[in-house]
Each structure stands twice: as C-alpha cells, then as structure tokens.
Design a protein around this ligand. Sequence first.
Ligand SMILES: Cc1ncc(COP(=O)(O)O)c(C=O)c1O
Length: 404
Amino acid sequence: MRLKDTNLTKQDIKDKVNKYMIETYERFDFLAETAKDMYIYDENQTPYLDFYAGIAVNNAGNCNEKVVEAIKEQASDIIHTFNYPYTIPQALLAEKVCTEIGMDKIFFQNSGTEANEAMIKMARKYGIEKFGPNHYHIVTAKMGFHGRTFGAMSATGQPGNGCQVGFGPMTYGFSYAPYNDLQAFKDACTENTVAIMVEPVQGEGGVHPATKEFLVGLREFCDENDMLLLIDEVQTGWGRTGKLMSYMNYGIKPDIVSMAKGLGGGMPIGAICATAEVAKAFTAGSHGTTFGGHPVSCAAAYAEVNEIIDRKLPENAKVVGDYFAEQLETLPYVKEVRHQGLLVGVEFEDSISGVDVKHGCLDRKLLITAIGAHIIRMIPPLIVSKEDCDKAVAILKDTLESLS
Ligand SMILES: Cc1ncc(COP(=O)(O)O)c(C=O)c1O
C-alpha cells in the first residue's frame, strides 16, 4: 500500500497506530513504504540504507525478485489448506533444507520462538520416553535469547530482562550457565539433564560468537553423556555467519536445530530439523500447528534458500563481513568490534549510547539497531557490498563525531 493512494498523511498513519495499536516497540520515525535489495524507501521515495534487514530476515535482499514471484504464484494457486493434504512447496522445501544442512527431518512452525518451543518439547519428550519422567532438564546460556513464548522465554537466561519481568514464574526445568564457559555448563548438568541449548552467536545478548573450544566441547560432552545438543540458529541461520548454518563453522552437528528469520525471504516461517532418532519423539497428535508449513511461506522460503545458495551469499557474508569489521575498527570511541560473517556488533566506550548512535544514523538514512546500553548491531541483507559498508562506516563516523 502506498500513502498517495490513501488520501492520508504520514501523521494520520502515526495517529492511527498510536490510537489503535498496542505498542511494545520503540518505532523509528520512518514510514517504510517500499523496499528493494539494500534499500527501504519512505513515502517520498527517499532511500534508507538497510543494515538491519527486518532483524536478520531479508537475507537475499529486500523484495528479492524470485521470492516475490514465488509468493505471487503460490498465492494465486492455493494460499492455505492446513497440514492434511500434501502440498508441493512443503515437500520441496523439506528436502532442500534437510539435504543442505545435513539433517534428517524437519517440522515447520511460524516463527523463531515457536521453533524453539518445538525444539524444547521434542527434547523433553525424547528424554522422558528414553530415561524416565524426570529427565527433562535443559541447560541454557546466561544472556541468551530464545523468544517470547513461555518455554522459549524460560530458556532465555536473562532474569530481570524486560521480556521476562511481570509475567510471573517462568517454566520449570531450565538452568543457566555463563556463555563460552564449558566447565560451567558441565557443572550445571544433573542426572536428569536431557539437553544443552545455545545460540552459536549470542545475538540479542550483544553479538558474542561461541569459541570453538566451547561449542565443540559441548558437542563432545553431550555425546559422552547421552545428552542432546540443541542449537538455536534463528538469528544466525541461512548464510548470515559465512556458512548456511553457523554450526557448520565449527565442524559439528546438533541433534536439533531451530531456525526462522532468514529462512523465509521475509515471509513468516520457522522450523526445527532433527536427527531421525530424536525426531521420533513427535508422533501423530503430539505436536501441531494451523499455519506451520504454510504453502506461501514455504514457496517463498524455497525461493529464498535457492537464492542464498545459488548466489553464494554465505561466502559474501564471510568476505564482506570481515571487511566491514575491519573498517568499523577505525571508528572513534570503539571498545570492541565482534562479528561472525554479517552478524556484526560494535561496543562503544561508556560515553556513547547505542540508541543515540541508532537515531543519528536514522537521521542520516542508515538503518541499524541498538542492543544494550553501548552496543549497536548490524545485520544487513547478505547481498551487501564492500561499497555499501563504506557508506555505512562514513555515516557512523559522521554520527559519532556529531555526538562527541
Ligand atoms: C536467537 C533467537 N532465537 C529466537 C528468537 C525469537 O524469534 P521470533 O521473534 O521469530 O519469535 C530470536 C529473535 O530475535 C533470536 O534472535
């Protein structure tokens, strides 16, 4: 929809949102009307350079042509049927995802938090059926983030964080250990621990990649103790970190992996993939969803995944991500640049507020996000070029100089 076709002003739109919507977001003062590749355009067709990609979603670029075409075609054939009949997009996507990332089975969901719910449920059911009724304990990381539904929220090791406060008790059955501390994870496990669940890069927690020693060590520890390794690739998945899945950077495989964001080319979709043995925990009626595996989302995801692979976007994420990180190191007030591929965080000295940097960049038509008091995160579409990064660095420099 375009503003010019509505007889409304931008202020009218803002007023309607304020009056009718339950607002939990700190909005950009920006009306996103159209988008293409690396840019989002406002109602005056002013381009904004997109370094957040709808929060790590539009990996093959905004409104990727093949994804748009797949959505249009599928929507005109069949939009929704539920999971009783077979549908072609589901079958093609299931095969593509499983074969490309080396997993046996997939279950489709609608979002990241839902994928994590499915991952937690599958692990618990596997543990209880194999070892007994108390065998459902899961160890996750402090400062991790897994979503905003009760299971995923309870797996999120951030007591006191706004996403947990005020909602009463979290779900029982989780313990938390400091990220990248292998011994602490081992110590947190009990005789009833069924799984360890981590992000390979803590995204919302400040962009902290797992060390090789940590992730490989967790894999070995789980193997030695008949426990499952659950990897949350909701933010890292589908090329962002230089490989299709971040765990591929470490030469390991999880027992269950969750994914969402970058899978769907902008359409809502989530999924878990599991080994054949663990997947057996889900049987007829034990889990389900009305919209999961939606034909239009699956058609879009199938086009997106093909684009990511055919255009070698993980390789671009690695090369351009390394270049971008090097350039960011040259900025003033930088304490640390952390990244894996194009999941990039910059931590500034305490005098610099991440939110101020974000707003300064918005004024200069660069879209980024702030996480934590002094950290900005940049997660552009994986089609981003070194020249785009140079533009972003120049805007950041100008912004930081104006803040000082
Ligand atoms: C690692 C991780 N897991 C889960 C989620 C939740 O995903 P969604 O917002 O699609 O529910 C997020 C969202 O930021 C995430 O970064």
